[in-house]
Design a protein around this ligand. Structure first.
Ligand code: CA
Ligand code: CA
Length: 227
């Protein structure tokens, strides 16, 4: 190959390398990176001895950036919470939206055993971009049958959109879910709500790999007011 051709190829390659990151950053001009605040991690290393059928592969890598519609805001802070268990075993339902994300004792609410739900009332219908959930992150564990739904009906009888469902065997009776089970960490679980519209967010779980109880440290709902 002629020396000139090699130089031309090298120049083209370096130009491509310079251009690609710009394209990636531009992506969609109507979107921006969702800014999140994470609590400090409570454990490190790859968890062992978690046996469950539908677990996603643990990469150990931090979550990448998540893009949402420009102007997306936290809508759930201090918003009212109700539950299938209105008398939690430990803590208070308002812990779920109090803005505290710490994994330490005193920051989680514990709902009774088996299938339980809790529900956040945003006060007005919204176009929801993302839901971030911390069930419990001071120990590696997997919560079972995590199902997240959005609706404008407070009783979730009509107009229900499921934005997450990892109940692969339908033990919760809300339909088979295709999402994976995952190990809780300080990153929480970020769910892409894809602009689902609704005033209420309902979250189900059915115990976890350490015990039969259901826990929440914090839930954050991000979105835009519905048009
Ligand atoms: Ca909290
Ligand atoms: Ca199940």
């Amino acid at each position: 190959m002629a020396k000139k051709t090699v130089l031309a190829l090298l120049a083209a390659a370096s130009l491509a390398a310079a251009v690609i990151p710009c394209l990636a950053a531009q992506q969609d001009p109507d979107k921006e990176i969702l800014k999140l605040t994470l609590p400090k991690p409570m454990f490190v290393g790859t968890p062992r001895n978690i046996k469950t059928a539908n677990l996603e592969v643990v990469t150990g890598k931090p979550r990448g950036p998540f893009f949402v519609a420009k102007g997306t805001k936290l809508l759930s802070l201090k918003k009212p919470v109700k539950s299938s268990d209105m008398q939690p075993v430990i803590g208070e339902l308002n812990f779920v939206t109090d803005g505290e994300r710490s994994g330490e004792d005193g920051y989680f609410v514990e709902l009774g055993p088996g299938k339980q739900w809790l529900q956040i009332d945003l006060g007005a219908s919204a176009s929801i971009g993302a839901v971030l959930i911390w069930h419990y992150h001071s120990q590696a564990r997997v919560y079972r049958d995590v199902i997240v739904q959005v609706s404008d009906d407070k009783d979730f009888l009509k107009g229900v959109v499921s934005i997450y469902n990892n109940d692969h065997d339908n033990t919760a009776g809300l339909g088979i879910g295709k999402d994976k089970e995952y190990i809780e960490t300080n990153e929480g679980r970020l769910i892409d709500a894809k602009g689902a519209k609704g005033r209420y967010i309902r979250l189900y779980s059915e115990g976890n790999t350490s015990n039969d109880m259901n826990h929440y440290v914090e839930v954050e709902v991000y979105g835009l007011p519905a048009k």
